[in-house]
Design a protein around this ligand. Structure first.
Ligand code: AMP
Ligand code: GLY
Length: 432
């Protein structure tokens, strides 16, 4: 079953004989680095007019930004042709359902389908039904049950809060004491906790765009979730990423498509919850093959910054096709140069970040600087979130892309600025 398009199909943007007077209007929902990268890419397509709600100071240089809480009202006032949702929160709250009910074309999953990300236990149920390889797990609802279940797992063991946690709801416990403390920290009354087996291997972010039945893969990327070099310290929403065609062999990609993506899309459809939008599989490439660590119901950040930098084909047409249920046969093409995104984070992140630090040097940096947590004040651009900027660069060869990115980082300053110095290092080591 496919949730049919609520709007009559229209020819994809790149195939339309559109003049200046009839641009394809696309609204991007969100205010982070991922959304800045989407706006940057979409704005490069001829005949596309990009808007953002609410957007950010970086996006404001490329598109009209529309503040305010009601994105549907913005879409209706502007009469946009297509809306693309960046973050998980509005998806889990049903923005796609509301747009469809109003007859508006939108890329993203319904609230029910977004539960693949919003509920770790739902995701595990779907994986079991679909036979998708993942870590052995137990879902518990009380501390007593958690402590019992922990006895059946070797150390280290992984504990995951069930709801959305911006990448911070996962604790890897190395001792029984740490595990018991993690239960206290993650299990709130009435909530569920997933306890699962610790997997080892390289992590890969594998994202596809789906129309509910068909899907088109994006290039594999690798994120760096821990806040400190060498993957040390607490997890974040992502401290940097790189995108390189060599991250997965063609055979490994095929295995992922056959054992993870196809079964997930098929099973969601069979359950009457077709998945539309971006399905992001966070994978561990174990000795026994790829296993799913998590599903996200959206594009990853900072992965998207590297992906938009490398995408050669236009993005408007496939997004329109995804919203219209006509993605069959679509293909995305990629530049051969690898890309790297280095996240500059604020003092305090991933705890409560300090805001209001003045940022200098953005315009001098010889790279694409995507804004993630910034605001414009009378003084200039200031920090306004945990992940502040995503410095993104491409070059022939991963080593040059990394060097180019870090050279640009050198130009930027704000008090308390932190970044990892080893983004892409795993790739360099693998391919040296
Ligand atoms: P998640 O939000 O479920 O992707 O977890 C966040 C991060 O925790 C992942 O990117 C991994 O680095 C780590 N992680 C999650 N689950 C496991 C697991 N079963 N084994 C090892 N590491 C994990
Ligand atoms: N970079 C991981 C995420 O967006 O969840």
């Amino acid at each position: 079953m496919l949730s049919g398009p609520a709007v009559p199909p229209r020819a994809p943007a790149d195939q339309q004989p559109q003049g200046e007077d009839t641009p394809l209007k696309i609204l991007v929902i969100g205010s982070g680095g991922r959304e800045h990268a989407l706006v940057w890419k979409l704005g490069q397509s001829p005949g596309v007019e990009v808007h953002a709600a609410p957007g950010n100071p970086g996006i404001a240089g490329l598109a009209e930004c529309h503040p305010g809480p009601d994105a549907l009202a913005v879409a209706e006032t502007l009469d946009v042709d297509l809306t693309v949702v960046g973050p998980e929160a509005p998806l889990a709250q049903g923005i796609v359902d509301r747009f469809r009910a109003a007859g508006r074309r939108i890329v993203g999953p319904t609230a029910r389908a977004a539960a693949l990300e919003a509920s770790k236990s739902f995701a595990k149920e779907i994986m079991l039904k679909a036979g998708i390889p993942t870590a052995r797990h137990v879902t518990v609802e009380s501390a007593a049950a958690a402590l019992d279940a922990l006895k059946t797992f070797p150390l280290p063991v992984v504990l995951k809060a069930d709801g959305l946690a911006a990448g911070k709801g996962v604790i890897i416990a190395h001792t029984a004491e740490e595990a018991a403390a993690a239960v206290q920290q993650l299990l709130s009354p009435g909530a569920r906790l997933v306890i699962e087996e610790f997997l080892t291997g390289e992590e890969v972010s594998y994202i596809v765009l789906s129309d509910g039945r068909h899907f088109v893969p994006l290039e594999p990327t690798q994120d760096h979730k821990a806040v400190l070099d060498g993957d040390l310290g607490p997890n974040t929403g992502g401290m940097g990423a790189y995108c390189d065609g060599r991250i997965l062999t063609a055979a490994a990609q095929q295995t992922i498509l056959d054992t993870v993506i196809e079964p997930a899309i098929h099973t969601m459809g069979a359950e009457g919850i077709p998945f539309t939008g971006f399905l992001y599989a966070g994978l561990m490439m174990t000795a026994d093959g790829p296993k799913v660590l998590e599903f996200n119901a959206r594009l990853g950040d900072p992965e998207t910054q590297t992906l938009m930098h490398r995408m050669a084909s236009g993005f408007a047409a496939p997004l329109m096709a995804a919203a219209d249920g006509s993605l069959a046969g679509a293909r995305l093409t990629w530049k051969s140069d690898p890309s790297v995104c280095i996240v500059l984070s604020a003092y305090g992140y991933p705890g409560t970040p300090r805001t209001g630090d003045l940022i200098t040097g953005i315009d001098d940096a010889p790279a694409t600087v995507f804004h993630a947590g910034t605001r414009r004040t009378a003084r200039g651009i200031e920090t306004a979130g945990g992940r502040v900027l995503g410095v993104t660069a491409s070059a022939p060869g991963l080593a040059s892309a990394i060097a180019r990115g870090y050279a640009a980082v050198e130009r930027i300053h704000f008090d308390g600025m932190h970044y990892r110095r080893d983004i892409g290092a795993k790739g360099l080591k693998r391919w040296q």
